[in-house]
Design a binder for this molecule. Structure first.
Ligand code: NAI
Ligand code: CS2
Length: 498
């Protein structure tokens, strides 16, 4: 086995595209990024790789893991080089990415991470740490003070565990050093991700030092972003295929679709790379882009993940390849999500929705329904529930959205339609499991109990009778008929309506 090494850059295989630039000499880089998972590698690291080849600037990335050392084991032996494979049903394209300079494993080197973010050289702190990494309450957008990592970090602020704790520790150093401000760039699928991050950091900082909170307010910017590129978790089969084509083993490779979109609010405290030259779009306000993407793409994704998995589909392309689910998703998009959107002037919504369905049908990209199903408690508020609240307020239909929520509840039972158990990966899995165990055989007690979980359901929505009735009805359907037949019955019932 020949591992990917810098020699590849001097004599690359013919199929491999790569940019030409020298690695940064400085130990401190302009960008420090928390959460160097699959998405960061196929998205922000690629945009930055393009820019490094066309303009000067210390914009290489120091990547940090706040959890395991897996990313370091993948990247460090390869001098942080890795391959992105763009795949669709027609072709595969290979690109070597060189924009990551080094990796810090925070649990091993917490002070080095704080120092990297507090350094004058650092202008941007990026985040792709998943929804749960923000340690907030998704229903209220406030810091979850009961979160064990937050409890720890407020007691031990100089040796933190959480992302809010690490960022605040670095900002405290900058404040004490009278240093310049910095931009905190959340690239997670969270509504108003910049505003939310600001709120959480200010809440955390106020607990430590009121002067720090004022300094952050004046010196630190939190641009909101809409990010989009489907990047499934890499499998061993992906690595073996890459080795066959390119002749080297790449433990850090990622596969993604060709499509990529990055819409960013142009509010940077200390400058930024000219990412627009790599295709990013800078706007004053991302709200309408983000709502459109979170509800149409991610809302459909979650609906397909729960209902599709229950119907026996392991991958997203299989779900949209099943005409019953395809019709259902199109109905969900057109009848219940579209009415909740203010569409940005640059977007033709019909084209956008058709392209989404084509992207979902990409069978070269094996996107597991169970990957999307994880962390449902952190995802469904912005993907499904906000659209439901909007529809209720404006007298619109919530049937398909409620069937998707019922799909999530049925999925959370952890037993599939053939009786086989599976693991629920969700920060609230214990709570959901306990609610299932306590609720007995009928759906109504369970649905009442789940809709009363304050971390997920805003009170007004959880107490809405029409919503409760719909979810209860569809959960009964799913239990009685299974997912596919329930969706068929749903569509059949729509045919009779005017
Ligand atoms: P991944 O599983 O490959 O990486 C997740 C990263 O988050 C890892 O570095 C992990 O250490 C870190 N992390 C997990 N829990 C954490 C916690 N509690 N605190 C701090 N760090 C934590 O996942 P991937 O694919 O990179 O996705 C990450 C996020 O990126 C998603 O949750 C989403 O918000 C966003 N995203 C992902 C897309 C995709 O298709 N994969 C596309 C658009 C956005
Ligand atoms: C997916 C997203 O994992 C999930 O929950 O819905 O990561 C999705 O692939 C991206 O948002 C696409 O941009």
């Amino acid at each position: 086995m020949r591992r990917l090494t810098p020699q590849v850059v001097s004599r690359p295989p013919v199929d491999l595209k790569l940019s030409n630039y020298a690695p940064t000499a400085s130990p401190y880089t302009g960008i420090v990024h928390l959460g160097v998972g699959a998405f960061h590698r196929a998205h922000q690291a690629v945009y930055t790789d393009t820019i490094l080849a066309i303009e000067d600037g210390n914009w290489q990335i120091t990547g940090a893991s706040l959890r395991s050392d897996q990313v370091q084991q993948q990247l460090s032996p390869q001098n942080c080089l890795f391959t992105v494979v763009e795949k669709d049903n027609q072709k595969q394209r290979y690109r070597l990415v060189q924009s990551i300079a080094r990796i810090i494993v925070a649990p091993h080197e917490p002070l080095q991470l704080i120092e990297a973010m507090a350094a004058d050289a650092c202008k941007i702190i990026g985040l792709t740490i998943t929804e749960k990494g923000y340690c907030h309450n998704p229903a209220t957008g406030k810091l979850n003070r009961q979160h064990p990592d937050i409890v720890h970090d407020l007691e031990h602020p100089s040796t933190p565990l959480s992302a809010p704790g690490f960022i605040t520790a670095a900002l405290l150093q900058r404040y004490h050093n009278n240093a310049q401000g910095v931009s905190i760039l959340s690239c997670d699928n969270i509504p108003a991700n910049g505003k939310l991050t600001r709120q959480l950091i200010l809440e955390f900082a106020s607990e430590l030092d009121a002067g720090l909170a004022t300094w952050i307010d004046e010196h630190v910017s939190f641009p909101c972003t809409m990010v989009d590129r489907i990047v499934p978790a890499t499998t061993e089969a992906d690595r073996i295929n890459l080795e066959k084509v390119l002749g080297y083993r790449d433990d850090a490779m990622v596969c993604s679709e060709p499509f990529s979109q990055w819409i960013i609010e142009d509010d940077f405290a200390q400058g930024r790379p000219a990412w627009e030259k790599a295709g990013a779009v800078f706007v004053d306000d991302v709200h309408n882009f983000e709502t459109m993407k979170l509800r149409l793409l991610n809302g459909s994704h979650s609906a397909m993940a729960y209902l599709g998995y229950l119907a026996g589909h392991d991958y997203i392309h299989q779900v949209v390849g099943d005409s019953v689910f395809l019709q259902f998703i199109r109905f969900l998009m057109d009848e219940e999500i579209t009415p909740t959107l203010s569409v940005p002037a640059q977007i033709d919504l019909e084209t956008y929705k058709c392209e989404l369905l084509q992207r979902f049908a990409n069978s070269a990209l094996k996107h597991r329904t169970q990957q999307i199903a994880m962390d449902g408690s952190q995802k469904i508020p912005q993907r499904l529930l906000q659209a439901i609240s909007h529809q209720i307020k404006h007298g619109g239909s919530i049937a398909a959205l409620s069937l998707a929520v019922a799909g999530w509840i049925r999925y959370s039972r952890g037993i599939d339609e053939s009786g086989t158990p599976y693991e629920i990966l969700d920060p609230l899995s214990e709570k959901l499991h306990a609610l299932y165990a306590e609720s007995g055989a009928t759906t109504d007690t369970l649905v009442r109990a789940i809709l009363a979980v304050p971390e997920i359901f805003p009170r007004q929505l959880g107490e809405n009778q029409a919503f409760y009735e719909k979810v209860n009805f569809y959960l009964g359907e799913l239990n009685e008929h299974g997912s596919k037949l329930s969706v068929e019955r749903f569509l059949e019932a729509r045919k009779d309506q005017p």
